[in-house]
Write a protein that binds this ligand. Structure first.
Ligand SMILES: [Zn+2]
Length: 358
């Protein structure tokens, strides 16, 4: 199967060099196979050759978005909308990109324009209502800044807490950047909410201690009153921000969550203890995101992920894992990059995690 796909892609690539239709087909196949680097190259070239076709810019935008190349993705989605202002998926992806970057007003304005052109304007209304509500809230927020972070918070009375959060984030930054050897290229935003605001905006399961979706979101509560737990939460979410800046959006959840857990100030022993050896699953059986899991399944998924990442770091070193993330950010297919950087087949490692035989 792998051989056939490689051959097919090779043939398509050779034929595609001067044919926008073949290039578009190669780009689509690359997106389906999650080879986003190849997809970006194919769609970008096809879009240059076919200046009237909006879908080619859109394809390039999706590939760039998945690679975490946000500025390229924005330009490609804008290109798609310039070519065809009624291309709803381009508007939705572009709005999502702005939203994740904290540019709510831009996200809303794109949705409003899309709504005027959509044959089903009511479909966009629920999202628009949520974003308007969040923008009204955000407009009331104040900010505190440091070298690497901006912290947003609502009440003046929370200013000392925000200053404390920013100090703890900078401490986590120094520790983690010196451990992994890479640093984020952009300043990271963290938003402090009440638990009700957090639930309204993120709609995550009640076991979620915090979230990262382009910005770190932290609910105030019992957990954040306790210094150790606050440090754990902030460190964990900072690692997600770092992983997304280095590896883009194709990093498997088990690596993202496993690394964030292993790099918590107290390490991952407590989380790993949630799953006994027999309860761990193969990594390939874990879902692409853990957010929809029940508390019990989430505990097993985090335990499995932390165990797997810790063992990988022990065996191959953290530099190899970071190199894998960098490859993913450049668009390398996961299984190939895994084998190259970690010197074992992903399928073998995935299965061995369940058996604990690696
Ligand atoms: Zn996490």
């Amino acid at each position: 199967m792998t051989l056939l796909m490689t051959t097919f892609a090779g043939v398509a690539h050779a034929r595609a060099a001067d044919d926008p239709i073949a290039l578009a087909r190669a780009g689509t196949a690359a997106i389906e196979a999650r080879r986003f680097g190849d997809a970006l190259a194919a769609f970008t070239k096809a879009a240059e050759m076919q200046p009237s076709d909006a879908s080619l810019c859109f394809g390039a935008g999706v590939a760039a978005f998945m690679l975490g190349k946000n500025e390229v993705a924005q330009a490609r989605f804008e290109c798609a909308l310039a070519r065809n202002p009624a291309l709803l998926p381009a508007a939705m992806w572009l709005a999502d990109l702005h939203y994740r970057a904290g540019r709510l007003a831009d996200a809303i304005s794109i949705y409003e324009t899309a709504q005027q052109r959509s044959p089903k304007p009511h479909d966009l209304q629920p999202q628009l209502d949520l974003w308007r509500k969040e923008l009204a809230l955000q407009n009331r927020f104040r900010d505190a800044r440091s070298e690497h972070f901006v912290v947003l918070f609502e009440a003046a009375a929370d200013e000392p807490f925000a200053a404390d959060v920013i100090r703890r984030l900078e401490t986590a930054y120094r520790r983690i950047v010196s451990t992994v050897g890479v640093s984020p290229s952009q300043r990271i935003t963290a938003v402090i909410y009440t638990r009700d605001q957090f639930n309204d905006i993120t709609r995550l399961a009640d076991w979620s201690a915090a979230a990262y979706d382009g910005r770190i979101r932290v609910p105030l509560g019992e957990a954040t009153k306790e210094a150790g737990e606050l440090d754990r939460i902030l460190s964990h979410e900072f690692v997600h921000a770092l992983v997304s800046q280095v590896g883009g959006r194709t990093v498997p959840a088990w690596i993202n969550e496993g690394l964030a857990t292993v790099l918590e100030p107290a390490g991952s022993a407590d989380v790993e203890a949630m799953a006994r050896t027999g309860e761990r699953r193969a990594l390939s059986q874990l879902p692409g995101s853990f957010v929809g899991l029940s508390r019990h399944d989430a505990e097993l998924a985090y335990a499995t992920s932390a165990h797997a990442v810790r063992r990988l770091i022990e065996r191959r070193g953290i530099d190899a894992l970071v190199a894998l993330l960098e490859d993913l950010g450049q668009g390398a297919p996961f299984a190939r990059a895994f084998q190259q950087r970690l010197a074992m087949r992903y399928d073998d490692f995935s299965a061995s995690v369940a058996r604990d035989s690696f």
